[in-house]
Structures are given as C-alpha cells and as structure tokens.
Ligand binder design. Structure first.
Ligand code: DP6
Length: 368
C-alpha cells in the first residue's frame, strides 16, 4: 500500500456531478510482457502515445443515501448497457478502493465510446482504463477539502494528479498507465531514465530528434475478432518461461539502446530495434507452454511486403505488433505520402474488409 496516494482529507458533504475525459491508445516500441503481483511489470517498456484512437468516458456520480458495502455502477458503450463489462470494472474498483475511499459513497454511470470500432481488434483497455482513472481523479480533486494533496498550485499539483491517475490506470490494465501523456512514455524503473517508476508511466524526459516528431502509425486490421489469448493469460505465460530472464534483461538493454536512437534520430537502428521487439514478443508466445501463434497468414504477407518495399525504396518503413494479428506500420512524417500510397495499393488488400486506421503520435489525455 502506498500512503502517498491515499487522500487524507475529503469533504463529507457530497454532491452529485459529472466529469468527462478522452484518453488515447498507445503502441509499445519496447514491449511490456510479463508482470508480478499488483500489476508490477517484469520489464521496462516505452511507447508512442497515439492521437486518433481514443476512448471518451463520461462519469456521472450520484451520492448514495445510505452507506454501501459494495460498488454501485452501470456501464454503457455507445449508449448500450453492457453488464458483461462489470466484472472487470468491479475488479478495478476493488484494486483502487484504498486509494479512492469515496468509491462506495456514490453510484456511478460510466458512459464510454471509442473512436475506433469496438470489434477492430484494437485493445481498448489502455485508452478505456486511463480515461476512467482520470475521471475518478477529477472527482477526488473536487472532493479534496483543503486541497492538501493538490496543494501546490500549478505544475506540482498537476504532476500529482497525472502520476496518481497513471498509478490507478496501471491497476486497471498495465499498458493503460502509458496513455495519459505524450508523445513518448516510459513505464518501469530504469537507471538511465530519470523519474521512471514501476508504479506509473512518465513522459519520456530526454532529448528526441526531429525525425520522431509526428511519427505516423497506420494500423492494418488483419483480424478483427476477439483476442485469442487474453492479456492476463499472456502475461502469466512468462511465469516459468524458459527464456523469461533473458527477455527481461534484453528489454532493459533495449531501453538504453532506444534512448540513444531517439536522441540521434538513427532511423535504421530504430527499425531494427522495433521490429525485433515485436517478433520477440511473438516468439515468447510461441515458446511458452501452452504455446500460441497469434499472427495470421496475412500478418506474414504484410511483413514480407514491408521488407521488400523497404529494400527497394530505401524508405524508413517498419512494423510492430501487439499480442494479436494486426500490424502497426510506423514511419516518419516526411515519408508519409510515398509510404501511405504503398500501403493503400499493396497492403490494404490483406486487411479484413480492407479496414485500416491512420494514426500518428499524439499528446495524451484531455479533460472535456
Ligand atoms: C502486448 O496492458 O493489456 O500490448 O496489464 O494484463 O491489462 P494487463 O495487460 P496489457 O498488456 C499489453 C501488452 C502488449 C505490449 C505493450 O503494450 O507493452
């Protein structure tokens, strides 16, 4: 338990209210895969925050007449009541109750929508959990009597707000803690990244070369189905995994490497590191027990086409993957026209219903 996140003085005299946040998804460059108890990552990870793929969550709260032993909430996605989402939110509320002791004093209505299609195979847990965590922090802020936890005006109180929101989001879904800020976020304590922590994501504090400004991410939706392996099962596969120890060491080294790459703007080195990370993530799944192949034939077709095109054109196009079959194509803004043309003419045919999403690096969550 972390006392610094337990609010000390909340007003007893509660009123109803409503808050609304939008929060983006993110794409990891060095992947988080494997966790300890309490959502503590086994290795450090770093991601680009996205701009267009986001969740918008409106949280209405109504004071309970009588004290309650349980959490009271209803969740709606695109206006439709979703009781099947409730167990996940209930687990989240149980994990964060110590840090938000007002949770049982209200009944909540959670109304959420995603800018990307729900059945697109894009995980909404990062954007969804971060948006909800931010809404809850807005309520905490409103309930703080002497604002002692938010005391110092300006920058410092904002820092506490974001840090605790990321801490809470992590308890909902690990990668969600990297979705609050932009344009690059690190999660996991690393000796070379100042301020980094296992408990929350931090905005990448070091110099970033202009090559990485407004980096593009075109997401090819190869398989829009339900995830074949849930992230909980996936992370658990790293327990007793024969290569886990080496993998965690490699991730730590890759953070050191990417720090140099981000500073120098070396796009060739970036491509090598990012693609290797994606394939290593999949290799971990292929070599665990039980084992899984999460790529589809079209994922491989796309990868091979990217490699061929890169060789022919000399352009700095590369791919990364999450724990699924969809492909994220990353490239610098300056090459966007040529690369997007290639994607449209050569790759979109491998997507389910020709479906793809154009996104780019963004700057984090917004209070609406
Ligand atoms: C492959 O954050 O979805 O996307 O903590 O169990 O909710 P939980 O897992 P989750 O894992 C995402 C893993 C990944 C890589 C990454 O985003 O770093």
């Amino acid at each position: 338990m972390l006392s610094r996140y337990i609010p000390t003085n909340l007003i007893k005299n509660r009123e109803d209210g409503v808050v609304c946040w939008s929060s983006p998804s993110n794409i990891a460059l060095v992947k988080y895969w494997g966790k300890k108890e309490h959502q503590i990552p086994e290795n450090q990870s770093i991601s680009f925050t996205l701009n267009n793929c986001k969740t918008i969550t409106k949280l209405s709260y109504f004071k309970n007449e009588k004290p309650s032993d349980t959490f009271s909430f209803q969740i709606f996605l695109d206006g439709e009541h979703k009781p099947d989402f409730e167990p996940k939110i209930n687990t989240f509320f149980e994990r964060i109750y110590t840090y938000l002791p007002f949770l049982k004093d209200f009944s909540f209505k959670i109304e959420t929508e995603n800018t990307f299609p729900h059945s697109s195979g894009i995980a909404s847990s990062a954007s969804g959990m971060s948006a909800l965590a931010l809404c809850l922090m807005s309520i905490e802020k409103q309930l703080s009597v002497n604002k002692s936890d938010f005391k110092v005006s300006g920058e410092e109180s904002h820092k506490y707000f974001l840090e605790k929101a990321s801490f809470l989001a992590r308890l909902g879904s690990g990668s969600a803690c990297r979705s609050l800020e932009g344009d690059i976020v690190v999660w996991g304590k690393h000796k070379e990244i100042k301020g980094s922590s296992d408990l929350f994501g931090v905005k990448y504090p070091n110099k970033v070369h202009d090559n990485f400004k407004n980096y593009q991410d075109t997401i090819l939706l190869v398989d829009k189905g339900e995830k074949q392996v849930s992230s909980t099962i996936g992370h658990n596969l790293m327990h007793n995994h024969p290569f886990a120890k080496e993998r965690f060491k490699q991730a730590e080294k890759n953070i050191t490497k990417i720090k140099l790459i981000l500073e120098s703007g070396d796009l060739k080195a970036f491509i090598g590191l990012v693609e290797s990370e994606a394939l290593t993530l999949h290799a971990m799944m292929m070599t665990s027990m039980p084992y899984f192949i999460l790529m589809k034939p079209n994922t491989l077709e796309i990868i091979n086409k990217i490699w061929r095109f890169r060789k022919q054109s000399g352009l700095n196009i590369c791919f990364t993957l999450d724990a699924g079959a969809n492909v994220h194509i990353l490239y610098p803004e300056i090459e966007a026209e040529k690369i997007l043309n290639f994607i449209k003419t050569e790759l979109v045919a491998y997507c389910q219903n020709d479906h793809y999403i154009c996104d780019r690096v963004g700057f984090g969550a917004k209070l609406l």
